[in-house]
Design a protein around this ligand. Structure first.
Ligand code: MN
Length: 727
């Protein structure tokens, strides 16, 4: 097994004899002659032209024709490969081509000339129009598309000779259009190579990093691959099936996309190697037998079996797919197919053309070709360029969703994207201030998954900002990085604020002033010790719990008291001061640095304290919370509520009632009638025939909570109600 390395391209030029050697196996002598004639023609008109690499221009059509010969395509296609740039780049006319090589070749070359004159540009309408022209030219004969793909592959292989801006442009176009087209034609090797080459030029750092990491454990992987292959091959043979087992590494781009889509690290990509059983048979049922052999050998992972024989992909691809738990408890992906399915999987339409000649009756594959043509042809009917783009993209990228802006512009998102992704794609501020969206005119929550064809309108509110759950809902890297950035900036602002208050208080406690620190030499020492360079940085460290305020103040005290004593003194001091002193004011649950403790669920109105958890901001507990007593008193701070928004806080209650039918409904209807949400309810009956109901309710503050308690108490049959503490 070997990862493809595109660096080691041969510098020795492909010769016409090499191409003729390839075609001789399947083409008659008269075709061979025409190919040679095309070579001489191409060589003479391209005479003197050089590529950016400094090589004679002829190397390019030769390489293209060589690829087409490897795919065993017909003579007209190979001749077109040799001539594809003659009308575009030399004085040759289509009429000359037709006179020398016939109508068929002239038509194909003309199609390629048309495509090469079209540049996609960026403005949407122009781009749509040009895309349309390009697709039309290619759909006239699918061979035009295949030659164009071979042309693009060679251009991508030699892209390093282009200036950087052109590299990016060509690579983007390749990834957007040509790789998906190769996929639609079912030509897997072209798709894979086009994707990897584009990836290399578009995300160079990620590409290098990935290739470095893949190389690192190559030897280990080779060993593993050989072992798994051996086990499968032996088992298959034992059951009398003939065939070959392959283990190959997935291509870079697919690994990269997997990491991106699932937001995982390289080490978490378990299936770098995909195994494949190619059976020497023409019976589908042998594939199913091989599948049962594999499943008997290793346990299948539920939900991972895909029958692509019974349900082929749109591009005609057929195979069985399964994932099993391999010899080391790892997941192993295995594909099972016949030789013919395999050829189709790798070469797609090119394989089809070959089999077409051999066979009288054509089954499913012909339908696949019809579908492909439909995809390319249907576009002719469309006048609206926007609609055209939407249709085309839908056909080319089934893993994306296409939605409309209120103006009718098309936007593409990965499957699973939400209104947040849409909002951030418009503008960062639209994202930050997004409070909801209208999809097809009805209001949807932020976590709504966008569907194809949705018209999306974002609702914003000035002053609104990202919430806690946003990172769970945003899918696109743009949205995610903007949200993360906001949180980071906010965390810093808030930790400076909190740090200053904590320090100020700590200094005052020792009758010192914070300004003494700011003027002192000790500040510079702190900078050095903690690798920071401003007073704000120091405050932030304190606020974020990375540096203790006490530790700083101690530098200004004549002597350091022993630790135990200090703790002893500190605790009563805190209690005595708790009434008059001003603490950190909490702005609400969206406060990035502040979290409500889950053990005591504080709600506004409760007496509370804050605890600086190292590197994680402040956790708020109720004063009564038993956990607080066990916390390091040095890191306990005073806090007070300062809630402006009407936010709700969850709190658990336990209601004990006489177990009478309907009593639970009575209790919950009383709570609901107060417009209070019940997020969780649980009932159990005791042997004494009492019903114990646990509710989790969302209230604004203690006052409202007490109203709930009073109202519930009035319900008939209720024996008691209490607020639950989990500690
Ligand atoms: Mn070319």
């Amino acid at each position: 097994m070997q990862f493809v390395n595109y660096d080691g391209l041969k510098d020795n030029m492909l010769r016409i004899t090499d191409i003729l050697d390839k075609t001789q196996a399947y083409l008659p002598p008269e075709d061979q002659e025409m190919i040679e004639k095309a070579y001489i023609f191409s060589a003479s008109v391209h005479q003197g032209q050089l590529r950016l690499s400094g090589e004679p221009y002829l190397t390019h059509p030769m390489e293209v024709a060589g690829m087409l010969a490897d795919m065993k395509l017909d003579a007209a296609t190979i001749i077109t490969g040799l001539l594809h740039d003659t009308v575009e780049d030399t004085l040759t006319t289509t009429a000359q081509i037709e006179a020398a090589f016939g109508k068929d070749v002239a038509f194909l070359v003309d199609g390629l000339t048309k495509i090469s004159k079209i540049t996609l540009g960026s403005q949407e309408e122009r781009q749509a129009e040009n895309f349309r022209k390009m697709i039309l030219a290619m759909s006239a004969d699918l061979r035009i598309l295949v030659v164009r793909l071979a042309d693009r592959i060679h251009n991508m292989r030699t892209l390093n000779y282009q200036p950087p801006d052109k590299q990016k442009y060509i690579a983007t176009e390749t990834l957007d259009l040509y790789a998906p087209l190769a996929n639609r034609l079912g030509i897997n090797w072209m798709k894979v190579e086009l994707e990897d080459l584009s990836f290399r030029y578009l995300e160079n750092d990620a590409y290098s990093e990935l290739s470095r990491r893949i190389e690192k454990k190559q030897e280990q992987r080779d060993q593993y691959t050989a072992e798994v292959k051996g086990v499968i091959a032996k088992e298959i043979a034992k059951h009398g099936l003939k065939g070959e087992v392959e283990g190959r590494a997935k291509h870079f781009y697919s690994i990269y996309m997997k990491m991106q889509n699932q937001r995982i690290d390289f080490d978490e990509v378990y299936d770098l190697i995909a195994f494949r059983i190619v059976l020497d048979t023409d019976k589908d049922r042998d594939c199913y037998e091989a599948l049962s052999i594999v499943h008997a050998l290793w346990k299948p992972v539920p939900g991972r079996f895909k029958d692509r024989i019974a349900m082929p992909k749109a591009n005609g691809y057929r195979s069985l797919h399964t994932t099993v738990i391999g010899p080391y408890g790892e997941r192993v992906e295995i594909q099972i197919r016949t030789r013919e399915m395999h050829e189709w999987a790798e070469e797609g339409i090119a394989a089809h053309w070959r089999y077409k000649e051999k066979r009288a009756n054509l089954g499913t594959e012909d339908q696949q070709i019809m579908k492909l043509r439909e995809l390319l042809d249907v576009q002719q009917e469309v006048d609206n360029p926007r609609e055209f783009m939407a249709n085309l993209k839908l056909a080319l990228f089934p893993d994306e969703v296409y939605v409309f802006t209120p103006n009718g512009d098309v936007q593409a998102f990965p499957k699973g994207a939400t209104p947040l992704d849409f909002a951030y794609s418009i503008h960062t501020d639209v994202g930050h201030q997004c409070i909801g969206a209208k999809v097809n005119r009805s209001i949807v929550p932020l976590k709504y998954e966008l569907q194809n064809g949705d018209t999306v309108e974002i609702i914003t509110q000035t002053g609104h900002h990202p919430g806690k759950d946003w990172l769970k809902w945003a899918v696109t890297s743009r949205a995610r990085s903007k949200i993360k950035n906001w949180i980071k900036t906010e965390e810093r602002k808030r930790s400076i604020e909190i740090g200053r208050e904590i320090l100020d208080r700590e200094f005052k406690k020792h009758s010192l002033k914070l300004s003494q620190l700011l003027k002192s030499e000790d500040l510079k020492k702190l900078y050095e010790e903690h690798n920071v360079n401003s007073p704000d940085d120091v405050m932030a460290l304190v606020g974020y719990g990375r540096l203790s305020a006490k530790h700083i103040v101690n530098r200004f005290l004549p002597e350091i008291a022993p630790k135990t004593e200090e703790a002893f003194i500190d605790k009563p001091a805190r209690k005595a001061k708790s009434a008059p002193s001003l603490g950190i004011s909490l702005t609400g649950i969206e406060d990035v640095l502040v979290k409500m403790a889950r053990c005591c669920d504080p709600i506004p109105g409760d007496e509370i304290v804050g605890y600086i958890s190292r590197g994680r901001g402040i956790t708020i507990h109720t004063v009564q919370c038993t956990n607080v007593q066990e916390l390091d008193p040095e890191r306990v701070i005073e806090v007070s509520w300062n809630i402006k928004d009407k936010q709700t806080y969850s709190v658990d209650i336990r209601v004990v009632c006489k177990d009478k039918k309907g009593v639970i409904a009575d209790v919950s209807s009383v709570i609901s009638a107060m417009d209070i949400n019940i997020s969780h309810a649980e009932v159990e009956t005791t042997p004494e025939l009492q019903a114990i109901c646990n509710f989790r309710i969302d209230v604004h503050d203690l006052k409202q909570f007490n109203q709930v308690v009073a109202a519930v108490k009035k319900v008939k049959c209720v024996i008691s109600i209490e607020r639950l503490k989990k500690s």
